[in-house]
Design a binder for this molecule. Structure first.
Ligand code: FAD
Length: 409
């Protein structure tokens, strides 16, 4: 086995945006810590990610504080307004039940839509500038406990020593399994079809969420006359749809999208992601912590998966940096418990909320429809409650980690 010579303080498995955000948050506040990011995917594969994400206001405050937002902003589409409808797929008109204006503070939208390749490029560049080491095309395939460190094995026969291993390896986390952490998990039997569409007319920054019997159909504005779709269908239907030729796929799309933005064409690839709820029972073990989807995979109905991951990154970085300043062992359970306590309640709350919303809205039961439409109408007439929901969606709370409030650690 080949061991890298210099031991690392922190090793992060997974260079998705949560792993990268954790690395940048740590190195920005504690530059003396040696941080390595190891990813299973080959170098540069993230440039082909065709997905886009809704970045809530709190997450953009964090990206700004980390010096990444300036490069993202020219390519970020502010969400200026949001509408919610509830109808059947074949209905010719989709009545609007709920509307939200898009600002949390004057001039500050509650969210921006950003393409993942733009977000990753900015975080990646900053991580390199700060001196984070990258090892790519190298899956982590095991780790063992030493006296005051872990030995992390990756690729074929390589290894490194680290004081703390952070697993940011996604919802099917192998590292979580290797650490013996159990999950609560169920599948929804739904998949989210994700693709980008170009349309003739401008969207004016308006996001739309149409609740249809098979699940939510979200139209999220991108720069230019383009939108990102998250289209929920039963898994078998989603598989069939993504394998259809362009003509059939676009005809099915038009039935849901309508013609208000003119003719619609799919740009690039379409992919379907099976949807479920996965919550890790523990977020930490000695010298080990979970962040992002490795800790929690939730339904995209509220567009909050990435934002939960950024909260983890900010809370874990703050926990580690505070402990390091006090001269404590950053890998000890006593230190890591603070992170677990901070993040677990919020995560379970969001997991349960998305689960209930999905069950409530992904069905065609007449009394349930009447009840939920009554509820939507009620919220529509309560501006203070709408303001509260917008601030929640924007991730703005006084208990949020410092970075999410735009403050340094
Ligand atoms: C259909 C859909 C739509 C969504 N829309 C939104 C949205 O609008 N807004 C939002 O906030 N969230 C959204 N989400 C959720 C969001 O995409 C996820 O929360 C986010 O991708 C999680 O990021 P992550 O970095 O934790 O994991 P991932 O992005 O899954 O990254 C994991 C990384 O780990 C690497 N890896 C895997 N195994 C190993 C290993 N053994 N060793 C080393 N590296 C490894 C992988 O190569 C990868 O780079 C959506 C999700 C879905 C499915």
């Amino acid at each position: 086995m080949v061991e890298r010579s210099s031991p690392q303080d922190i090793t992060i498995a997974g260079a998705g945006y949560v792993g990268l955000a954790t690395a940048v948050a740590l190195k920005s506040s504690a530059p003396h810590l040696a941080v390595t990011v190891i990813d299973a995917a080959p170098a540069g594969v993230w440039r082909n990610d065709t997905r886009a994400s809704a970045i809530a206001a709190a997450a953009s405050r964090m990206l700004d504080r980390l010096g990444c937002w300036e490069a993202i902003l020219p390519e970020a589409q502010p969400i200026t307004e949001m509408i919610v409808t509830d109808s059947r797929t074949s209905d010719p008109v989709r009545p609007v039940f709920l509307t939200f204006n898009g600002e949390v503070e004057p001039g500050e939208p509650f969210a921006h839509m950003v393409e993942n390749r733009v977000l990753n490029a900015s975080l990646r560049k900053k991580a390199e500038e700060l001196g984070v080491t990258f090892i790519e095309g190298a899956p982590v395939n095991g780790f063992e406990h030493g006296e005051a460190h872990l030995t992390v094995r990756y690729s074929d026969k390589k290894s490194l020593r680290t004081r703390l291993l952070i697993a940011a390896d996604g919802v099917k986390s192998r590292l979580r399994e290797m650490a013996g952490i159990k999950v609560v998990n169920w599948e929804y039997g739904q998949s989210g079809i994700v693709c980008t569409v170009a349309h003739e007319r401008p969207h004016h920054g308006r996001a739309e969420e149409h609740f249809l019997p098979a699940g939510p159909f979200a139209v999220l504005p991108l720069k230019g006359n383009r939108s990102s779709l998250v289209w929920t269908e039963r898994t078998a239907d989603a598989e069939r749809l993504i394998n259809e030729d362009d003509f059939v796929f676009e005809a099915e799309l038009e039935q849901r999208f309508g013609l208000k933005l003119g003719e619609v064409h799919v740009e690039g690839s379409r992919k379907a992601f099976p949807l479920g709820l996965t919550l890790a029972r523990d977020f930490v073990k000695p010298r080990f912590a979970l962040v992002g989807d490795a800790a929690h995979g939730i339904h995209p109905i509220a567009g909050q998966g990435l934002n939960l991951g950024f909260k983890d990154a900010a809370a874990l970085a703050e926990t580690i940096v505070d402990a390091d300043r006090l001269g404590l062992d950053i890998g000890s359970v006593a230190v890591l418990e603070r992170y677990q306590t901070w993040r677990r309640f919020d995560t379970v709350q969001m997991g349960v909320t998305t689960d209930v919303l999905n069950r409530l809205f992904s069905n065609d039961n007449v009394p349930v429809r009447a009840l939920r439409d009554f509820g939507l109408g009620l919220v529509e007439r309560m501006p203070r409650l709408k303001g509260f929901f917008i601030r929640q969606a924007a991730g703005l709370s006084t208990t949020a980690p410092k970075l999410l409030q735009g403050q340094p650690i």
